[in-house]
Design a protein around this ligand. Structure first.
Ligand SMILES: [Zn+2]
Ligand SMILES: [Zn+2]
Length: 280
């Protein structure tokens, strides 16, 4: 290859990498801003509902909390963008198999089921490990500075924790690719949005799930906002999407169900009525 050809190949590769990285920033930043922004707007519009179902009644996140959460979430977005870049480069070089062709409904169902269950296990064990006293300060203490979570807490991690959290995706895709499974693009897209939405819901500060959720055997295995809120206020409950691991490992908060029932069956405080104008 001539020097000019080598240089143009290099320029092409650099511009591809830069394009992928910018796509990663746009993709990771927009989903955080959209999910946290939409939930914040919902909590403001339905303020009566949100106040009645506030999980920590005696404490509120401060302005400093919000600024710290949003600031560190920007750092997480950059870390995630590097991983998105690694996955896209992995796909171009054939290390990671990702299919953008149409997939059957059955393929999407089992692929989504597998990746969500695998991620829940990764999250539970990585989270428990980060709570070990030797690792906590360097990895996970920053996330727990938010004692009263807000939707913006979702990505509030140290750089080390962000790497641990996001490493699941390339590791999982690398393993499935080695097994000859080409993950469908739509399955990954669903997984990413489901993760983001459940993440902001877990940090909403007000219970979003309907009353009776924890007492119905069909739904009690899906974790609620109270589940993760209790983790921030008093420990226990290390799981993410499901309650399985905490039940199996005996780490579920002993008052989880009771706390959920209390939050979801409170009577709403009567809203102040406007005082009618005196008749002239
Ligand atoms: Zn934790
Ligand atoms: Zn949290």
């Amino acid at each position: 290859m001539t020097t000019a050809a080598t240089q143009s190949a290099l320029e092409y590769a650099v511009s591809r990498v830069a394009d992928h990285f910018m796509f990663g920033i746009y993709f990771d930043l927009s989903r955080y801003l959209i999910a946290a922004g939409v939930l914040t707007a919902f909590l403001l519009v339905f303020r009566g509902f949100a106040e009645a179902r506030r999980i920590q009644r005696g404490r509120r996140a401060s302005r400093t909390d919000y600024l710290r959460e949003i600031g560190s979430s920007m750092r997480t977005v950059v870390v995630y963008a590097f991983v998105t870049l690694a996955i896209l480069v992995g796909r171009e070089t054939g290390v990671i198999l990702l299919s953008i062709r149409e997939a059957s409904l059955w393929t999407l169902v089992w692929q989504i089921g597998l990746i969500v269950i695998a991620h829940d296990a990764w999250f539970y064990w990585a989270h428990r490990a980060m709570h070990h006293k030797r690792l906590f300060r360097a990895t996970h203490l920053h996330h727990h500075k938010s004692r009263t979570p807000t939707p913006w807490t979702a990505y509030s991690f140290t750089m080390t924790e962000a790497v641990i959290e996001v490493a699941f995706v390339p590791v999982f895709l690398f393993i499935t690719s080695q097994l000859g499974i080409a993950y469908a693009g739509y399955a990954i897209l669903f997984f990413i949005w489901h993760q983001m939405i459940r993440n902001v819901m877990a940090h909403a500060g007000s219970e979003l799930f309907p009353a009776g959720w924890v007492d119905n055997p069909w739904t009690s295995w899906i974790s609620t906002t109270t589940h993760h809120d209790l983790h921030h206020s008093s420990g226990h409950n290390f799981g993410f999407y499901f309650t399985f691991w905490d039940r199996w490992m005996g780490t579920e908060h002993p008052r989880y169900r009771e706390a959920f029932r209390e939050v979801t069956t409170r009577r709403r405080e009567p809203q102040p009525q406007p005082v009618p104008e005196p008749a002239e």
